[in-house]
Every structure is written in C-alpha cells, then in structure tokens.
Write a protein that binds this ligand. Structure first.
Ligand code: UDP
Length: 472
C-alpha cells in the first residue's frame, strides 16, 4: 500500500447471545466502535433485528440477518431467551442457536472482518474464527471482578455441596478477601450435567480466543483489571460503560410501556435524589408473595418510587388500596421501562437492582447508590463489588442463589424498607455512600471521553488489530 493511501477501515462483526441483557450492551459496543471509524456489523436473526434496529438507525452499523433455526421444542417466533415460555427450554434454545454455525461461517467469510466479537454463550464461534484465521474476542457481559471470582471458584473447586449452607466460602487468590455463603454460590456450575458441559465448552473456547472485551471501566475495578491481565494472563480491553453512547435514552431495547412526557413530568415533580427506582432486569419473574412484600416494603419506606413490573406480575396480587395509598408517590411501569432515562433523572436517588451487570453499571454511571438484591448468575459477586469493595450499596440480605423462584427465599417487606431507608436516609455513612457513588459516576464519564481509560483501550485494541492485519 502506498504511504498516501488511507488504510481500509477496520471491520468487526458483533454476535450477541439472544437475550436483552446481552444484546443491548453489544449493540452499544458496535455503535461505539462505529463512532471510532470501524465498519461494524451485528449478526442476528429477524426477531431480534427489529429490537436492534432503533438503536442503530443513526449509526453506520450494518445488520447481518439470518433466519432463526427451527427446533421442535422452541415455539416459532421465539428468538430471544427473555421470551422463552419456560426456563426448561433454555437447553433447547442453546441447541437451536448452535445451528447458526454454518450461516455464521458463511457471513463471516463474505464480510471479511478483522475480528469477531461474540458472546461467551456462543463458544463454537471460536471454531469459525480459527477456520477463517480471524481473531475472536469474547464478550462476557459482565465485569472482570466477577470473572476473577469465578476463576477462583472453578480453580479451587468451591462448590462443595456437602458443606453447610451457612458456611462462609473464601475465594482464594484475589486482591480482597471475598467470601460468600455456600448457599449464595452456583453449585449447578459443576453438578448439573448440561450446565457443567456448557461452562467447560466456554472455558475451552475462551482459552483459544484472542482476548476479552469488557463493558466496564478501569477505575471501577483497578485491582481486578490488573489481576485479570497480569495474574490470570488474560488479554483484555475495558471499553465501557458502553451505555454512555446512547444519545436517545428513551428508545433502547423494547418499546417503553410508558409515555415519555408523562414519565418525565412525574419525575419533575419530585425533589432531587429522592426517588427509588426498582427494576429487576429483563428476565426475572417474582412469585406473588414476593411482589406483595416488595410493595409493602416500598410503601413503608415512605419514599417515592418508580417500580417496574412485568405485565402480568401485579394484577390481583397487590391490593387495590396499595395503588390508592401510594398515589402520587408511586409510579408502576407495567412492562419495559426506559431505564437509562430514569436513572439519569436528577430526582432518582436509589436503585433497587438484581445486580445484573448492565443495570449495576448503568446505576454506577448515573452516580446513584444501590440496594442490592442478587438472584443468580454472577449477581452475588456483583453485589460484593458494589457493597464491600466500592461501598456504594446496601444489600437486602439475599442468602440463597436461585435461578427459579422456588429455589429462592422471600425477602420480607421490613428488609426492603430498611435497605431503602439506609440508602436514602441522613447520617455520615449514607452521605459518604452518596459521595462515593457520585464520584464513580464522574469517573465513568471521564473514562469514555477522549484520553480516558476506556477511550484509550478502544484505541489500543484498534491499533493492535490494524498491526495484526499488516503482519499477515
Ligand atoms: N432494561 C430496560 N428496561 C427494563 C428492563 C431492563 O431498559 O424494563 C435494560 C437495562 O437497562 C439493562 C438490561 O435491560 O441494560 C438488563 O440487563 P442486566 O444485565 O441488568 O439484567 P438481565 O436482564 O440480563 O438479567
């Protein structure tokens, strides 16, 4: 190539696992790289493309769409894990997606990207990458703090089921002393055959991958970013918070179940940092008893709240009088909420979250202290990061890991009330927590600005891919 010729732009394909918590950050990430001059494309299926389209309409990101593979156990039209009729179908869902291997291979071959960024739940994509001599970057959808904890868990075989549930299990070899109750650990990682097989495939696939891109920022977990790189030897780039590249905070993910003007004018009537925002991500359904306790806890806290419930979750469960009694200070959103818009409104002062990493990071980025209510996946580790390491949250005190509701304990109203009051109340400790949350929010924004840590990591990754290109 002559020296006066511009190099071809980098090309990247992003392939998210089909669940909202995985699609949303990866679409943000594709937009982010596109804003830095990368020719970015997202590989997906028609049912998911319609959700992605509004988030990429103003950018140069291309959609590469192939039909969703049919599977006898998956109802036609169900292309997203968040809309599976039952959790028992997850295994079939994984099998159906694995049938995308050949269409994915063909698409990659035609698009000729410099790298692919694929979800950890798509371990077979590393074979496609190897076949075509293209680097594969893994996206876990979480922070490296939890990845370091999970590594310690696997390495030291911490899921000893014979041990008492109330035993505190220390995770060895980490920068802090991280301990969880035995009952808060995911013992099915090793005991459940199909889950154990999936995790094994993911580990093997990761060890053959080029590196890891992380939706997090260095300043929120510096000890662990260093540990991950130098002790665990992972090549990783912190490029987040990727949600900051959303210029329209209302149109993200599904269609919001509330009118933007009504929402904003309701929030406007509230004092600064006085409202509790309650949302448990895109997947969680609570049983009736838990919904009742949560309602009573919010009411007893005395604070204003915005509470997101799935459509069917409230009718006939919370007594009519509840809505009456909390009229004016309680806003219930039945369906999808514009979470980023709400979190960034000046009136919101507390976020009750299930500690999904996207939600946690969105709360951190908004500078809002959290009430933590982890349920499953790596959420108990995220709680440790938020409450014990960063000291920007208060736990409701969940002691039991549970993917399905029957496995979990019911958190009583008094525990919800206590945690919310603690976060929104006065006193030095609460003030300090708010101050730390605000500072982290500022650090998150600085990280993605020109010269910030995430901005530089994006530049470094792009530079490395360009150099790799010229060396082959
Ligand atoms: N989300 C949203 N509105 C909702 C529920 C969820 O915008 O009503 C978004 C939220 O902002 C986050 C994602 O969906 O980006 C949920 O991801 P998270 O990792 O928090 O939880 P998951 O849904 O994967 O359990």
């Amino acid at each position: 190539m002559g020296s006066d010729m511009q190099p071809q732009p980098l090309k990247m394909i992003f392939f998210p696992f089909m669940a909202q918590g995985h699609i949303l950050p990866m679409v943000d990430m594709a937009n982010l790289f596109a804003s830095r001059g990368v020719q970015a494309a997202i590989f997906t299926t028609p049912g998911n493309a319609s959700v992605i389209q509004p988030s990429i309409s103003d950018t140069q990101v291309q959609l590469l769409i192939v039909p969703f593979p049919s599977h006898p156990q998956i109802p036609p039209g169900c292309e997203n894990a968040s809309s599976l009729p039952s959790l028992e179908m997850r295994q079939a869902f994984f099998l159906a997606i694995a049938d995308l291997r050949e269409p994915f291979r063909q698409t990659v071959q035609e698009f000729r990207p410099d790298c692919i960024v694929t979800d950890m739940f798509l371990p077979w994509t590393v074979d496609v990458a190897a076949d075509l001599n293209i680097p594969r970057l893994v996206f876990h959808g979480t922070n490296v703090f939890s990845r370091c904890c999970i590594d310690s868990f696997d390495r030291h075989n911490l899921a000893v089921q014979e041990n008492p549930e109330d035993q505190l299990v220390i995770h060895p070899g980490l920068p802090h002393e991280i301990k969880l109750l035995r009952s808060q650990l995911d013992s099915s990682r090793t005991s459940h055959p199909s889950r154990a097989a999936l995790f094994k495939a993911m580990r093997e696939s990761e060890s053959r991958s080029y590196g890891v891109v992380v939706n997090s920022f260095y300043e929120v977990e510096p000890d662990y970013a260093d540990h991950y790189r130098s002790v665990l030897g992972k090549k990783s780039w912190h490029v987040g918070p990727v949600s900051l590249c959303n210029t329209d905070a209302f149109e993200r993910g599904n269609k919001a179940a509330i009118d933007q003007e009504n929402l904003v004018s309701w929030l406007e009537t509230k004092a600064s940092r006085s409202v509790v925002y309650v949302c448990f991500g895109s997947m969680v359904n609570f049983p009736a008893e838990q919904i009742r306790e949560l309602a009573l806890g919010l009411e007893a806290s005395g604070h204003s709240f915005v509470w997101v419930v799935r459509n069917h979750q409230i009718e006939g469960i919370v007594p009519e009088e509840f809505e009456e009694r909390t009229r004016g200070r309680g806003l219930i959103i039945k369906g999808w909420a514009p979470q980023i818009l709400i979190l960034n409104h000046r009136s919101v002062g507390c976020f009750v979250t299930h500690c999904g990493w996207n939600s946690s990071l969105e709360g951190i980025t908004a500078g809002v202290p959290l009430v933590t209510w982890p349920l499953f996946a790596e959420q108990f580790y995220n709680e440790k990061l938020i409450v014990d390491v960063l000291k920007i949250g208060v736990g409701v005190g969940v002691e039991k890991y549970g993917i399905v509701a029957e496995e979990r304990e019911v958190i009583e109203a008094a525990r919800v009330e206590r945690a919310v009051r603690e976060v929104l109340g006065g006193g030095e400790e609460a003030e300090e927590r708010r101050r730390r949350a605000r500072e982290l929010g500022k650090a998150a924004r600085r990280a993605v600005e020109e010269g910030g840590s995430s901005y530089v990591d994006v530049s470094n990754l792009m530079q490395e891919l360009i150099e790799r290109r010229s060396s082959i």
